[in-house]
Design a protein around this ligand. Structure first.
Ligand SMILES: Cc1ncc(COP(=O)(O)O)c(C=O)c1O
Length: 389
């Protein structure tokens, strides 16, 4: 099937209609570009839904996956594996220094479910504090932790023990956190809420409060992790005033598109988890591990983290005094451009007239950019010129 209308019709007939789709069928990709069934090329500044950090089909990642697929696709954690050992070692080596072990799973929501479970097991407590505007996934516990739009409503009946505080407001956290709280979990930049940020001092205050009350601090870095903010992780970086959380959760970029999630934990957490406390058949499978290792290597080899900072600088410089733009928010290759009014028309026109894919958010006035970390300044310039027009 190569005809777009035919592809669309078949998908619409056979797939449950859970997403509002763009009217293109993507069939190929390289770097920041994807090609469609009609042979058109689109500049992808949404990175395949914040996933393709290394760009589409990065040659190093593709070669590693191909080699692993020929050798062995899968065996579970019931056996040891060289590729799993190397992926875990590499991931821990780039993580904040206090995070020393990883639990691999398959998605962001699963990484968060396991992080919350580990916090409950470590503390013997049940309550979880999250923040209004944060998004943590769609399985039962994660959706109950998501105080954004109608997600908790979709996820009813909710898991008990979830309460929300206001992002950036430590007094609101103090009002709900106590010595019955297992974890405080947050997206350090609230992406889906419209790229909302908090000052570094807020993260230091959170760390202090968690230490005072014995609470586990979880950073959901499903979007901010793996170099996207211009740092390997938000936790431990200058953005968090150098404080380190007890757990960082990851997915999206971690496997360059091969489904994989992870919770990286410190000694306090790992020493509380016993055999058979957690598990998942596919977590740590060889194909996913090859993708993780190659992704981390590609980011390092191609200096993508430095590039992410340059991208932020260029976008901020170019749009700081542009008309109709209220503010540019975010870090590195996670940017939100807030306009004076709704961005739907701009988003659609970038797509249909300029063949540039961008993202929206739950804030109707914010256009979201989550490009591959290897996007070039020339490619960003194409977007800036289109936006100007
Ligand atoms: C910050 C954050 N956490 C968790 C998730 C859930 O990840 P997944 O869709 O892989 O379950 C997402 C997905 O968009 C996310 O953005």
């Amino acid at each position: 099937m190569t005809n777009f209308q035919e592809i669309r019709q078949t998908e619409d007939v056979f797939q449950v209609a859970t997403y509002k789709k763009m009217a293109i069928a993507v069939e190929g990709g390289r770097g920041s570009w994807v090609s469609t069934s009609d042979g058109a090329r689109y500049l992808d500044l949404y990175g395949g839904h914040a996933v393709c950090a290394t760009g589409h089909s990065h040659p190093h990642v593709v070669a590693a996956i191909r080699m692993q697929a020929e050798r062995l696709l899968f065996y579970s954690n019931l056996v040891y594996s060289n590729i799993r050992a190397r992926a875990a070692e590499k991931l821990v080596s780039v993580a904040p220094s206090s995070l020393s072990k990883v639990f691999f799973c398959n998605s962001g929501t699963e990484a968060n479910e396991n992080a919350m479970r580990m916090a409950r097991m470590t503390t013997g407590r049940e309550k979880i504090v999250t923040f209004s505007g944060g998004f943590h996934g769609r399985t039962a516990d994660s959706i109950s932790a998501t105080f954004l739009g109608k997600y908790r409503e979709i996820g009813r009946p909710n898991v008990p023990g979830h309460v929300a505080a206001e992002f950036g407001d430590i007094e609101s956290v103090r009002a709900v956190a106590d010595n019955r709280t297992a974890a405080i979990m947050l997206e350090p930049i609230q992406s889906m809420a419209g790229v909302r940020e908090a000052p570094p001092a807020f993260f230091r205050e959170l760390r202090g409060l968690c230490d005072e009350l014995g609470i586990v601090l979880i950073f959901d870095e499903v979007q901010t992790g793996i170099g996207r903010t211009g740092n390997w992780f938000f936790g431990g970086s200058v953005l968090a005033d150098f404080i380190e959380p007890d757990i960082i959760t990851l997915a999206k970029s971690l496997g360059s598109g091969v489904p994989v999630g992870a919770s990286i934990v410190n000694e306090r957490i790992s020493s509380s988890i016993k055999e058979n406390d957690l598990g998942t058949t596919f977590g740590g499978g060889m194909l996913a591990m090859a993708a993780v290792l190659a992704t981390l290597e590609a980011i390092e080899k191609d200096a993508m983290i430095e590039n992410a900072r340059a991208v932020e600088h260029l976008v901020r410089e170019s749009l700081s005094s542009a008309p109709r733009i209220v503010q540019v928010r975010g870090k590195g290759c996670l940017l939100g451009i807030e306009f004076e009014d709704a961005v739907t028309a701009i988003h659609d026109r970038l797509l249909t007239r300029h063949r540039i894919i961008t993202g929206t958010s739950s804030n109707p006035n914010v256009l979201r950019l989550l490009p591959p970390l290897c996007v070039t300044t020339e490619e960003v310039d194409l977007f800036l010129a289109a936006l100007n027009e």
